[in-house]
Each structure stands twice: as C-alpha cells, then as structure tokens.
Design a protein around this ligand. Sequence first.
Ligand SMILES: Cc1cc2nc3c(=O)[nH]c(=O)nc-3n(C[C@H](O)[C@H](O)[C@H](O)COP(=O)(O)O)c2cc1C
Length: 369
Amino acid sequence: MFYDYCESGSWTEQTFRENSSDFDQIRLRQRVAVDMTGRSTASQMIGQDVAMPVALAPVGSTGMNSADGEIKAARAAEAFGVPFTLSTMSVCSVEAVAEATTKPFWFQLYVMRDKDFTRRMIERAKAAGCSALVLTLDLQILGQRHKDLKNGLSVPPKPTLRNLVDLSTKWGWIAGMAKTRNRTFGNIVGHIDEVSDLSSLSIWAAESFDPKLDWEDVKEIAKLWGGPLILKGILDAEDAKMALQVGADAIVVSNHGGRQLDGALSSIRMLPQIMDAVGDKIEVHLDSGIRSGQDVLKALALGAKGTYIGRAFIYGLGAMGQEGVTKALEVIHKELDVSMALCGRRTIDELGRDILLVPEDFEGRWQQN
Ligand SMILES: Cc1cc2nc3c(=O)[nH]c(=O)nc-3n(C[C@H](O)[C@H](O)[C@H](O)COP(=O)(O)O)c2cc1C
C-alpha cells in the first residue's frame, strides 16, 4: 500500500511518466583533455552550504515506509550535508525530528482551513529551529490517485483482510512499527481539537486543506514566518512572477511528482521558460522526475540552483532504512560528480547550458492564450 502510494501519479499518470522520460531527451556533451582534479559538488541553496545541491523533498507518511522514517532520513541528510524537508503530513512530529537531529532542517507547510493550526504549526517549526519554510501551493485539493483508492490508503493501515494478508509477508516492517510510538500523523493528531485519529488521506485533505488559499494568504504566511521562504509547486512563468512579488527567497519548479494535475508538462520541460521569466531575480529550484545524478546535472545546467528528490530517497529508506537514504545520496552524488567531470566541468558554478544538447523543440510548441 505504501509503495503504491509512492509509485503513483494522478489519473493516467502521464505527467508522472514524462517527468522522468523528458530528462532522457536531453543529452550531455562529452569533453576531453580538461584538468579534472580538485572537483567539488559543494554549493549553496538559499545561502546555506550544501555538499551537493540536492535536498530531500517533503514526503508525507515517510514514517510508514520505515519506522521513524523521517528521523532516519533527516539523520542521513544531516550526515551527508544536504537539506532535509519535513512534511506537514509526516509521521514523526517536527519536535521529534528536532530532538533526534543536531542541525536545522526545513519545514514544509500545507495551509489548513483551521487558521489557528497553521499559525501554531509555523510557531512550532520556528521553535524546532527550522531554517526555511517550504510552502506548498499545488495541493489544496487532492489529485485522484487510483492506486490509493484501490488500496484504501490509511495511516496507520486498517486491519482489513487484504492488508492482513499483505502484512503477513512484511515481518521486518511490523517489528519496526511495534517498537515505535510514531504511527500516525505526528504534526496533526493531538494538535487539532476534533482530530484524534486520521484514517483516509483523501477525506482528511478534502476536509482540512484550505481550498481558498491565494497570494494574499501567501503574503500573510511569509510575514508570520519571517524567515527564508521557498514556494513549492510553481510550474508556470506567471506564477513564478507572483512568487517574486510576494518576496519569496526561492521557488521550486514542481508538479508534485506528477501526483496533482495530470496532463501538466514535466518540470524539466517548464524550467527554461521559468528561468527566462525570473531566473535572474529569484533562486530557482526543481523537483519531479529526478532519478539520477545525471538528471540533477541537467537541471543545474538549465539554470536551477538546487534540486530535490522524493521517490529516489524514499525507496532507499524503505529498503534499508537510514543506510538506504545515505546510499541513494551516494549514488546520486557519484553520478553527478563523474558526469560533471566527463562534461569537462569541476564545480557546480561552472555548469551551464553549454554542456547540454537540448532538442530544438524540447519546450514544445503549445498554444497558450
Ligand atoms: C509519496 C509522496 C508523498 C509526498 N508528500 C508530499 C508532502 O507531504 N508535501 C509536499 O509538499 N510534497 C509532497 N510530495 C511531493 C514531493 O515533495 C516532490 O515534489 C516529488 O516527490 C518530486 O518528485 P520525485 O518523487 O519524482 O522526485 C510527495 C511525493 C510523494 C512521492
């Protein structure tokens, strides 16, 4: 059920598939006889030092892929030197992750109808020492994901016959879950009066996420937070300009990993126009579809200052816990480093469009009125 929750997009999954396959259309230019000694992938995202510009994206229910999953992923990110982003819909609470780590992490906010909850959540993220707020704008209404409907996704899973049969083959998971008290949405349960138990994600989202959220609300949240602000879910140049106006520090070009508006273009295909519109005025990050260090390289070469991985680290976590997240980061790091060198570049600063071969019609000719 939780693997299906990750490995899915909304409706036909076209956007989910194209997020990755569009990266494959871009090719790299092989260069030779360039001094490749003294290479480094070190860089900065919103002014914070990173070992490579690859953050862990906010992923709801991470703690269902492995017991205490958020803590394991945050620790792996901290040791590697990349940012970890904790979702509002995490299993381990913001306080629990802060207690288990030694460096600040980022907090991702979903805006709820309950204004008081949103305000308190921001205060809790501040109190936990979070060093950036990632405000997600593309999920005030949930895109329909067929696999979740079929599985009756819930956190924790309901003891239906189907789930019990499935669980009977997952003893490692059960043993891990038996040892932890983190088994439901830690940031929510106990913090909203009427919510003592959360079952179906779609029911919760339909009832609790604020579908009214607009740019005025974004300004208000920026004020309440008062720190580094990253707006996530920007896929259109017009919205990127709005993000600029509200004073965000960065935007994440993202379609939520193809989980929301099926039929939207992939993030990597939309990146060039967004760079043209705001790239010299605001830091642009990208996620959705990154599965390798070469994908990271392509996004950086097209102008992104940072990238995020979602599924790529979640599968490492599900397979091998904290070690698996470290392994995923190592795989991506090595591919980025070696591919960069084979393109004749030694540092992230040296990356540019000139290392790429981009099909002439990559951005596509779409009628836009
Ligand atoms: C299982 C799953 C849960 C997610 N939950 C959240 C979330 O709680 N908040 C959020 O802003 N984005 C969430 N996302 C989107 C990710 O932050 C990110 O945009 C996406 O995973 C990037 O695509 P990728 O998985 O292809 O790397 C989720 C993605 C997945 C796969």
